[in-house]
Design a protein around this ligand. Structure first.
Ligand code: C6P
Length: 456
């Protein structure tokens, strides 16, 4: 039988004071947070100082085989990790590597305390009302699958409608395709305008179909579009639908308050928010999570097991079968604290300014460039998809790579969106807290080099 250590409402295990190895930035009263920010050398005059922040990311000091410094512009794919996150994982393995919720010995209890404290940090970071509503998953994909299987297979039936959008990542599309195929239900899609904004007037018409679920991305990974999630949630709820928001590209870049958004499920990956690969979370409303059957089963998710039946653990552990990625979730807690200390309002402002700069510089320096997505920086995050006419984006990315500039090329796991925009593929530059104007300048001069090469 598994003995499960319980945590208090903040996610801190009983009897522990401050969470293991972390600050309490997210929980600090406003005045204390302002004092902490004033003393933080990564913040000057209320703005991020990316040059200082960069020094905390070891990989950003490296160079390619030709000696060109890394210009990392693929943060939407995965972010780089600060030393604090790397250290937290290293410390776990070096000093208290043990399984969680099992060992009645010092390092086992320390591991459990750190793991549950990470849950509390993540809960505070997105303002979840209750840390027990945070289910650790490997990534956003697993979190969406959890809902599609555990909630979807019990609640979706023949002829039911699920509404998605044309800009979804495959992770928020394929699990719903499998569900409706199995249940003989239907998918409907909110269309986008040519510049990549959701057509809410059509959404309102689709809501007359009385969908059971509406699932949409908070920020598009391909176009950067920031969707009006609170308004969309309100409209969906008025029509009687539940709402799942894919926050994979939002949690790292904009302030996220799940209580204010009011959705029913909110998912994200740790590796895009400065945390380790293998970390991520589903936030779900307590009553929904409690009513859902388990997703994966086995050890840890049970209370009592008999040969022919079992009783299940309480949430969130009911959904965390088997040994979790302990080091990764501890690292995720540190990443959440790291971002909270920078301040997500400041992070958003830094990336908005950078986006404005990039849109301006790229159009000026590379006049042939084709840019996609909304051109108003207020409506989009730090993601810039583009093409150079007549040059395949894979070639663009390969030539840029020689100068140390890393961008992604392809369909970015949004094939239907590319189809809608009549694009075979795009190149994509994307930012994070450590991105600078110098990175954009390097991209612009790299693109000029691509054009020279293909012209000659
Ligand atoms: N997008 C990108 O380069 P996972 O792989 O589970 O951590 O994240 C899936 C996912 C879900 N939703 C959105 C909006 C996403 O952007 C992603 C991951 C990466 O755009 C890798 S394809």
């Amino acid at each position: 039988m598994t003995i499960t250590a319980r945590s208090d409402a903040s996610g801190n295990p009983p009897g522990t004071g401050a969470p293991e190895g972390g600050s309490t930035a997210g929980a600090a009263p406003e005045a204390a947070a302002a004092t902490a920010a004033a003393a933080d050398h990564r913040i000057r005059d209320g703005r991020l100082v990316p040059e200082v922040i960069r020094a905390e990311f070891p990989i950003l000091g490296t160079a390619n085989a030709a000696g060109r410094p890394l210009v990392y512009l693929d943060s939407a794919s995965t972010s780089q990790k600060p030393q604090a996150v790397i250290d937290a994982m290293d410390t776990y393995y070096r000093e208290y590597n043990a399984n969680v919720h099992r060992g009645i010995y010092e390092i086992g209890e320390r591991a459990t305390a750190a793991y549950e404290a990470a849950r509390g940090k993540v809960a505070r970071f997105i303002n979840a009302p209750d840390a027990h509503e945070i289910v650790f998953t490997r990534n956003a994909t697993e979190a969406i699958n959890l809902v599609a299987y555990a909630w979807g297979r019990r609640n979706i039936g023949r002829g039911d409608v699920i509404v998605l959008t044309e800009m979804e990542h495959h992770a928020n599309l394929v699990p719903w395709q499998l569900l409706v195929q199995e249940k003989d239900a239907d998918l409907e899609f909110i269309p986008i305008t040519d510049d990549g904004v959701l057509r809410l007037e059509v959404f309102e018409v689709l809501l007359r179909l009385k969908p059971k679920l509406v699932a949409f991305t908070h920020v598009s990974n391909t176009l950067g579009t920031i969707n009006p999630v609170a308004e969309m949630t309100r409209l969906a709820h008025e029509a009687g639908a539940l709402v799942l928001v894919d926050g994979a590209q939002a949690v790292p870049h904009v302030p996220v308050d799940v209580a204010a958004i009011g959705a029913d499920f909110y998912v994200f990956s740790g590796h895009k928010m400065l945390g380790p690969t293998g970390s991520g979370a589903l936030w779900g409303r307590r009553d929904l999570l409690e009513a859902m059957p388990p997703f994966l089963s086995g050890g840890e998710m049970i209370r009592e097991v008999h040969l022919r039946r079992s009783d299940f653990n309480e949430i969130p552990w009911k959904f965390e079968a088997g040994t979790p990625d302990i080091a990764a979730e501890i690292g995720l807690g540190v990443a959440a604290d790291y971002l909270a200390a920078l301040g997500m309002g400041r992070v958003r402002e830094h990336e908005r300014e950078l986006l404005e700069y990039a849109l301006d510089v790229l159009q000026r320096e590379v006049p042939s460039i084709e840019l996609y997505g909304p051109m108003d920086p207020e409506l989009r995050g730090g993601v810039i998809p583009f093409n150079l006419p007549g040059i395949h984006p894979h070639d663009v990315a390969q030539v840029l790579d020689r100068s140390g500039v890393a961008v992604r090329a392809g369909h970015h796991c949004t094939m239907p969106l590319h189809e809608r925009l009549d694009l075979a593929a795009t190149a994509r530059a994307s930012f994070n807290v450590y991105s600078t104007r110098e990175d954009i300048d390097a991209l612009a001069s790299g693109l000029k080099e691509v054009e020279r090469l293909f012209a000659g």
